[in-house]
Design a protein around this ligand. Structure first.
Ligand code: G4P
Length: 533
């Protein structure tokens, strides 16, 4: 097969949701359709539930197991699908944000009872940074949920994206009858089943009385009214607008009952984008360029201190990756041989000889690779769009064993490279503050520093609201700002300037007082993600 053919048959995507909306269940059903697993229940290992705090070891163990399922490759109708799993636990949200930089599109699961929840909003912000195409799957229609029109309004409102329903539910909860596909003009009648693959009944004209027989007079009347309203209110679905990240097509279903999942998957493989061009510091790289390039978006450490190897996840962006070849590590300005590349399958990992744009390759690493690194065949370019995001919780690191400063330094550096948390070093006094999305990471860091590096630390909570990366059109103004706020200025891991804002109100005030300074909640700046909360 040619490079172009390999590219056109690949779909690399992620499923995102607020915990409990049904991400794991939907993943499992998609794998069942793809023949990648044979029975339900096989994906449990990637599911990290809200354990008690003290249970973080268990969570880490599960995270370890979930490496196997963190990229699931399977074939469906001759399309090679790479599904990138994202951690369910909110404390690991930054892992999810970064994984989203490696996908070409996203399926967002929303619980029809709960509607749009906080985590969904945050994840959507990340999708918007790269205008990632999004398909919404409104789940749990077998429950008494909210009015579908109300849900659509809420998605448009809270997620700031236009929607276009492509299927429509007929009633809900106990009286749920099924969905009508507006796209294919067919009716899918609901049967609660964990295994049956439902086939649609073609209904070319819903004014036909046959519909009354199939779903009852009242439901038929309601469906006709709803469809008329939808076609009056929502413009026709445009694939182009979906690909530009402007419109999200919406499907309704019930993942646990295997209902609506096939339509979702069938439409997904038809409309979701294959790997596309990507921005680098030097130029735009097209996937069909002959020369290989890719970037590291995730690193998973081995929790066993005796085996300090880690797995780096490489997203292939252009050309063909070949095992055993030498590739150029742009940051370190030298070539490495990659002889131990691994492909991810649904349940297993296996050595691979080649990989194509859109594929994810696992590379065993002893500390050369870090998140954001670019590999090429020699060209000096750096993939952009893999930013750090402002953490939510900040604590100062206090070294409790002066004899172990070196070990602490090394341990912190490595843990930060793995993306466990972010380190900010203040200009004044060189104080070190760690930022995370959730409280769990502090326990992980404390434990790992002690057991893997022999360093003992304590954490002191800091009253910080957000880390804001700074920019300005005027270097002089930026310097003036830094001098006047020196006590609140720190550097991130790359030495970039960061303003540690103590509260939302205070940040607002500072922004008003320094109109020439731009404050960003991510380490790479994009006009679409200016400071907002
Ligand atoms: P998550 O990965 O997004 O956190 O969600 P997950 O799939 O684990 O689903 C959360 C809960 O919602 C599970 O129940 C799951 O069975 C249920 N669920 C998923 N899809 C549907 C659906 O279409 N209808 C209904 N009624 N429930 C659904 P649980 O009790 O937490 O776990 P389990 O014991 O069933 O696995």
């Amino acid at each position: 097969m040619t490079l172009e053919q390999e590219i056109s048959k690949r779909r690399t995507f992620g499923i995102i949701s607020h915990p409990d909306a049904g991400k794991t269940t939907l993943t499992e059903k998609l794998l069942l359709f793809g023949g990648a697993i044979q029975k339900a229940g096989a994906v449990k290992s990637s599911k990290i539930k809200d354990h008690a705090r003290s249970d973080w070891m268990e969570i880490e163990k599960q995270r370890g197991i979930s490496v196997a399922t963190s990229v699931m490759g399977f074939n469906y109708q001759d399309i090679k699908i790479n599904l990138l799993d994202t951690p369910g636990h909110q404390d690991f949200a930054e892992d999810t944000y970064r994984t989203l930089t490696a996908v070409d599109s996203v399926i967002m699961v929303i619980d029809c009872v709960k509607g749009v929840e906080t985590q969904t909003e945050k994840l959507m912000d990340v999708c918007r940074m790269r205008n990632t195409p999004v398909i919404c799957f409104i789940n749990k229609l077998d429950r008494e949920g909210r009015d579908p029109f109300e849900l659509l309004d809420e998605i448009e409102d809270k997620l700031d994206i236009k929607v276009r329903p492509l299927s429509w539910p007929i009633s809900m909860g106990k009286t749920f009858k099924g969905v009508y596909s507006l796209y294919e003009k067919s009716l899918h009648l609901f049967t609660a089943s964990k295994t049956v693959i439902e086939e649609g009944i073609q209904v070319s004209d819903i004014s036909n009385l046959e519909l009354d027989t199939l779903i009852g007079e009242n439901n038929a009347k309601q469906l006709r009214a709803d469809v008329e309203l939808i076609e009056g209110v929502y413009p026709d679905f445009s694939i182009q607008e979906y690909l530009e990240g402007k419109v999200a097509p919406v499907f309704f279903g019930s993942a646990v009952n295997n209902f609506g999942v096939k339509e979702l998957l069938d439409t997904f493989i038809r409309i979701a984008p294959p790997p596309r061009h990507r921005a680098t510091s030097a130029r735009i790289v097209e996937p069909d360029e002959k020369k290989f390039s890719g970037f590291i978006f995730k690193i998973h450490a081995n929790m066993d201190p005796k085996h300090r190897n880690r797995i780096a996840f490489l997203r292939v962006c252009s050309g063909r990756f070949e095992r055993g070849n030498n590739y150029y590590h742009v940051r370190q300005e030298k070539s490495f041989r990659f002889s131990n590349a691994t492909a991810f399958l649904a349940q297993d990992r296996e050595t691979i000889d080649e990989a194509w744009p859109g594929d994810i390759v696992g590379i065993y690493d002893t500390g050369n690779l870090k998140i954001g690194d670019t590999l090429t065949e020699g060209e000096k370019l750096h993939y952009t769009g893999i930013p750090s995001f402002s953490p939510e919780i900040f604590k100062e690191v206090i070294n409790k064993d002066a004899m172990k400063s070196k070990q602490l330094e090394k341990g912190l550096l490595q843990l930060m490279e793995e993306g466990v948390a972010q380190l900010f070093t203040y200009d004044v006094g060189k104080r070190k503050v760690i930022g995370t999305v959730g409280p769990l990471q502090f326990e992980v860091i404390q434990f790992r520093l002690l057991h893997e590096y022999g360093a003992t630390v304590e954490f002191v909570p800091q009253p910080i609201y957000k880390a804001c990366w700074l920019s300005s059109d005027s270097d002089v103004k930026l310097q003036e700002f830094v001098s006047s706020k020196l006590r609140h200025i720190a550097r991130d891991k790359e030495g970039k300037l960061v303003f540690m804002a103590e509260s939302k109100a205070w940040l607002q005030m500072v922004q008003d007082n320094f109109p020439d300074i731009k404050f960003h909640f991510t380490s790479e700046f994009n006009p679409a993600v200016e400071v907002k909360d």
